[in-house]
Structure formats: C-alpha cells, structure tokens
Design a protein around this ligand. Structure first.
Ligand SMILES: [Zn+2]
Length: 266
C-alpha cells in the first residue's frame, strides 16, 4: 500500500514501503501523466487504482528507466502511450526476462512468495513513444518536458520536468535514504549528468526511491558522485588501490565496488 504526497498543484508522489519506491502523477486539464509503474503488475494495478481516486483524466505513462521496480507495473495501465528512452525499450526487450528471473528469485529467497509470484505473472510492456533526447507532453494547460540528460544511473535515464510547478522526477539519478545504485551505471559521467538535471532549476526533485528533496540535496549527491568518479579514475590510473578507494568513498564498500567495476569495464 502507498500514500500520496503533493509536491505541486496537481503534481503528486505515490510513496511505497516496498523498496521505498516513489512513483509520480502529473495532472493537466485534459490528461495526466504517470511516472513509473511499480515492480509488478499487482503493484501497478494498486497504483492505477490510486491514480483513479485522484483523477478520471485519460493517462499516459513515462518510464524513467528499465529497472523492474519502475516498469513492471505498466500492463496494469492498459492501452495507453508509454514514453521512454530507446535504451529503456531495448533493455526491457533483451533483459526483461532476466530481470524477472533475478527478482522473482530474490523475493522467493526473502520469503516474499507473493511478490515473487506476482513478478512471474507480470506481462512486460515495451514503451512505444521513444525519446532519444527530449520531448514535450501537452496535458492541456500544462506542458511536461521529458529529457535524457546523459548516462548516469543507467545509459538511458529519462527525467520528467514540470516547469510550471518547479518539480523534476529524476528516477534513480537521485536517491534519498540509501546510496545511489551503480550496477548498471556510468560512474564517470553521472556527476555531469546530474549537473544537467540540477540546471533545470527545479525547487523539488523527486527521487526514484525515498522522499522528495531540494536543490541542496541534489548538489550534495552530485558532490559525492564526483568523489566516487575521482576514486574510479585514480584506481584506473594506478595511483590508488581499489581497497583505498573503498575506504575513502562516501558510500558503503559494496556500492563503491559496483562503481569501480562499472568504470573499469569500459
Ligand atoms: Zn534503477
């Protein structure tokens, strides 16, 4: 079950206990835009029902990136436009079944058979409105901007900017309450990509996980990501050992190790 937070006029965040997930809803005069859909079809159905309690406007969906917790709920929204970066579509098509297997196993091992079964039963929906660089979605009296600011948490993150409300939905480019996740990341590029998000000038940034944050939080996270990128570069240059990098990182060792591995693999 989730709870709503209002971060602007007609701009809402649905907070879920599972994975501390944050999903979005932006209402215009003629339509509404749903930001990410949850981690399985049942969670998507619960979110869709919550949206319907807020508005009866026709909806479209935007996916910030291909990770299962942001995309596997899409089928619950039925026939509608689904916006995403082409890399998100490619990853869901090529890697969706692998994500399903990994996460069903994860939840089964954790004793959450209900979630595992729901993930196994989920229909994976591919996005059909592809945004390589930027696009605008007119909701009627409100234009929402979709933007790919560059590689970061993944190679295909899309952020959702609501200029009239001063709100940006940043997907997992920003994370509150836990360190950023590096397993599919571009650690060297992430800081400048986040700089591009900050340059949108939003007063409220909604992370993919955790509570909405202000510009100072985003700047702080960028500074930490800068530190991680510098550590990755120093290890690659041979001026620092991996163990020293783990020691000096602002993040726990397992997270930094992920960043080192991603930076070193390219
Ligand atoms: Zn993610």
């Amino acid at each position: 079950m989730g709870r709503w937070i209002e971060v602007g006029d007609g701009v809402l965040v649905r907070r879920h206990e599972e994975l501390d997930l944050s999903l979005g809803l932006i209402a215009g005069g003629r339509g509404c835009l749903v930001v990410d859909t949850g981690g399985d079809e049942a969670q998507g159905a619960e979110f869709a029902a919550a949206v319907r309690e807020v508005t009866s406007l026709p909806w479209s969906v935007v996916l910030t990136h291909a990770h299962f917790d942001h995309t596997f709920g899409t089928a619950a929204f039925g026939e509608c436009a689904v916006w995403a970066h082409p890399g998100c579509a490619a990853e869901l098509e090529a890697g969706g079944e692998a994500q399903r297997a990994t996460w069903a196993e994860h939840y089964r091992t954790a004793g959450r058979t209900d979630i595992a079964e729901s993930i196994e039963a989920t229909r994976i929906v591919l996005p059909d409105r592809l945004v390589r660089d930027r696009a605008e979605v007119d909701l009627g009296g409100r234009v929402v901007r979709l933007l790919h600011p560059g590689p970061g948490h993944t190679g295909h993150d899309l952020v959702v900017h609501v200029p009239d409300a001063g709100v940006v939905f940043a997907g997992d480019l920003v994370e509150q309450g836990a360190p950023p996740a590096f397993e599919d990341s571009y650690p060297l590029e992430w800081p400048s990509t986040l700089g591009g998000v900050a340059a949108l000038g939003a007063s409220t940034t909604v992370p993919g996980h955790g509570e909405p944050v202000d510009a100072a939080f985003v700047a702080g996270q960028r500074a930490e990501l800068d530190e991680v990128a510098a550590l990755c570069e120093a290890v690659a240059a041979g001026t620092l050992t991996a163990a020293e990098a783990l020691e000096r990182s602002p993040y726990p060792a397992s997270f930094t190790a992920g960043a080192l591995s991603r930076a070193g693999s390219r």
